[in-house]
Design a protein around this ligand. Structure first.
Ligand code: WT7
Length: 654
């Protein structure tokens, strides 16, 4: 379908009068904000930062534009992010529920703001007792849990830079991150439970530290006892979480850090084999999280806010840990998977907890849709008032199902486009103001000056496809890549697109006739599998490290539920020894497990095809575009005249 016909057919939905009347932003307020931002975006952010953040020392400098592209926001201001998330609610709402945690096996724990504050303080004191100091790096390798939030907030409280590593990553992937961050402490659990299965965590940490060997910077490993499974602790290095906090005080004063002090590093995939450590700064990131809670999620004090993302990803940082707590919300944290023990799990959680805002990913929506409308229809979902989607473009069919079956046509859907690097939602419906167009992320939120450009940097007319860029700095943006400022510049301010002037998101997109933004997908070698970002090169290097393989090429293949699946073409060592039949099936499984071991199960190829050779140009470059066309069963339209080994095409297509 051409893009034009795609949006011409699109239905448009209006937010209900009831929703609009109560919304934080109405048309008039929204227009005023837009106008202010257009006139002077620096002043615009300065006013918001003054009003919505509690500063220990008020900033006097808002932005130094001369430092392009290493922007600094509110640089002489001092604050503490954990203070903003916890202490500032203690006076008015100490007994309000902050967290409702539901474990995989169904146990429920709740924490009020006062209780959470005490737990964070105790743990922060524990970290200090182990020698953690402002600026040190701590790795958090925990399941999606209240403890993960406590650990993150405790780090923020004492200026320690945390790096959460998704608990599904393997020992090797964890080890790479420990080395890059030079982490002093690791916080983990004995094991985790997901979908009824028990998965080791401490064992993975042990294996990671064994791989690192003498080069280790890790002084301590803190282990939360979660399942009680057998766990091996190294004397002097490892200790139990409960032993660490036993004698700690439940008061720990916040360390006031400068606004630019890094709050966290979060590793994400790029176009090379090595993940990038995205660095976020304290003040600007917090402001972005808070404003989007109010504008995009229309936060109200009696909301029960459920963002289903794991803390291991940026969505879990911004819309589980920091944004909701900074505005004093009640959040749901659910440890498990959506179909366990029954496919009703999500609906049960919404009904039981009277969830009002439900924010999830298209892949989850498509899974729920496939299970059938009978399931949600059996539950009382009338507490819902707003729905959200993130991670990949949502197809109109899934959008409509979400809108009609889950939201009963009463809840606006906010389709939020953003990235690990942008820290918070950049393009989104403002519910109560904008019309909804299924599949479009609407417009940039106030203060974000985004556009579509061509390579030379010219703004494109509506309906033309180009590069999505953000033209002016914004507070929540990535500050640098840890240990690699050069890669930061090359990745996000490349000379090749817009001459290094703008933040280049790495997505292609267009605006429709009405100026609505539509995201088409990544322009780099990055896959989006179930909303998880994976580098093709990362998977290729993992495969190539296997001794039976000579080389590998990985491409994304459209997938009904996951959005994209991982398809690998592999060449065995020793010429034409392409395995077939049972042998091929056995090796395929072996290679899948191998990738799970090197990176994690999320990166496991869905399909592996053994071939004699990969399509290459005469200069030896793998023609990935050609492979992409092949797995999509598309006619090959690109120029194959530079293809060195033309005969391989038939074998690849079979
Ligand atoms: C990439 C960023 C930030 C949340 C989770 C992913 C894609 C994200 C949307 C959306 C279309 C989207 C983009 C982006 N993406 N949200 N609403 N519509 N595409 O974070 O892992 O850093 O991935 O996800 O391609 O560049 P991430």
């Amino acid at each position: 379908m051409s893009q034009l016909s795609m949006f011409k057919d699109t239905q448009v939905f209006l937010p209900s009068k009831k929703f609009s009347a109560a919304a934080n932003l109405n048309k008039q307020k929204y227009k005023i904000l837009q106008k202010k931002a257009e006139e002077d975006y620096v002043k615009f952010w300065a006013e918001l930062a003054t009003e919505h953040i509690t500063w220990h020392k008020q900033f006097t400098k808002t932005l130094n534009e001369n430092s392009h592209p290493f922007f600094q926001w509110f640089e002489d201001g001092k604050l503490n992010v954990s203070y903003n998330c916890l202490d500032r609610h203690l006076k008015n709402t100490p007994h309000k529920t902050a967290i409702i945690f539901e474990s995989d096996s169904g146990q429920i724990e709740t924490y009020t703001y006062k209780e959470l504050h005490a737990k964070v303080c105790k743990f922060a004191n524990g970290l200090k007792s182990l020698g953690a100091r402002c600026g040190d790096r701590v790795i958090i390798y925990l399941p999606h849990s209240a403890e993960a939030i406590i650990a993150m907030q405790a780090c923020a409280r004492i200026g320690v830079i945390h790096s959460v590593v998704f608990a599904g990553f393997s020992a090797r992937a964890l080890g790479d991150r420990i080395i890059d961050a030079k982490a002093k402490i690791i916080i983990t659990a004995d094991e985790q439970r997901r979908g009824g299965k028990i998965l080791p965590l401490k064992n993975e940490v042990n294996a990671a530290l064994e791989l690192i060997g003498k080069a280790t910077t890790v002084e301590h490993v803190i282990v939360q006892r979660k399942t009680g499974g057998e766990t091996w602790l190294v004397h002097g290095r490892d200790l139990w979480w409960h032993d660490l906090i036993r004698d700690q005080k439940d008061i720990c004063s916040s360390v006031w850090v400068t606004s630019e002090h890094p709050l966290f590093i979060l590793y994400t995939s790029g176009s090379t084999g090595v993940p990038k450590g995205v660095v976020h700064a304290s003040g600007g990131y917090l402001l972005g999280a808070v404003m989007s809670m109010k504008w995009v999620f229309d936060y109200k004090p009696d909301d029960v806010f459920w963002c289903t993302a794991d803390v291991g990803w940026i969505t879990g940082h911004t819309y589980v840990c920091y944004g909701p707590l900074a505005v004093g919300a009640t959040i749901i944290i659910y440890e498990g998977v959506l179909t366990y023990p029954t496919p009703n799990r999500f609906w049960e959680i919404i009904e039981r907890n009277q969830v009002s805002v439900f924010y999830t990913a298209p892949t989850a929506i498509r899974t729920l849709m496939k299970l059938g409308a009978e399931l949600p229809n059996k539950f009382d979902l009338s507490s819902l008032r707003l729905l959200g989607s993130v991670g990949e473009p949502i197809n109109p069919k899934a959008w409509l199902w979400f809108y009609e079956v889950v939201g009963k046509k009463q809840c606006p859907i906010v389709d939020t486009w953003w990235q690990t690097e942008t820290g918070c939602a950049m393009l989104s419906t403002i519910p109560g103001v904008n019309q909804l167009k299924p599949g479009s992320c609407n417009f940039p939120v106030p203060g974000i000056i985004a556009d579509i450009i061509d390579e030379a940097g010219n703004a494109l007319d509506n309906t033309a496809t180009g590069y999505l860029v953000i033209k002016k700095p914004f507070p929540s943006q990535i500050r640098t890549i840890w240990n690699n400022p050069g890669r930061y510049i090359n990745s996000y301010f490349p000379q090749s697109i817009g001459c290094g002037k703008y933040y280049v998101a790495g997505d292609s997109a267009y605006k429709d006739e009405d100026g609505y933004f539509w995201i088409l997908g990544r322009i780099d070698d990055v896959l989006n599998v179930s909303g998880h970002r994976l580098g093709t090169m990362e998977i290729e290097s993992a495969l190539a490290a296997n001794s039976i393989l000579a080389e590998a090429a990985v491409v994304g293949k459209p997938h009904e539920i996951k959005g994209e699946s991982v398809f690998a073409f592999v060449v065995c060592k020793g010429g034409n020894t392409r395995p077939v039949g049972d042998e091929a099936r056995r090796l395929e499984q072996e290679l899948k497990d191998w990738v799970a071991g090197r990176i994690g199960s999320i990166a496991k190829p869905d399909e592996i095809k053994f071939v004699d050779n990969l399509p290459k140009t005469r200069s030896g470059k793998i023609m990935r575009r050609l492979l992409r066309s092949i797995v999509r069963n598309e006619e090959i339209t690109q120029d194959v005249s530079t293809l060195e080994n033309f005969t391989i095409l038939e074998q690849l297509k079979n």
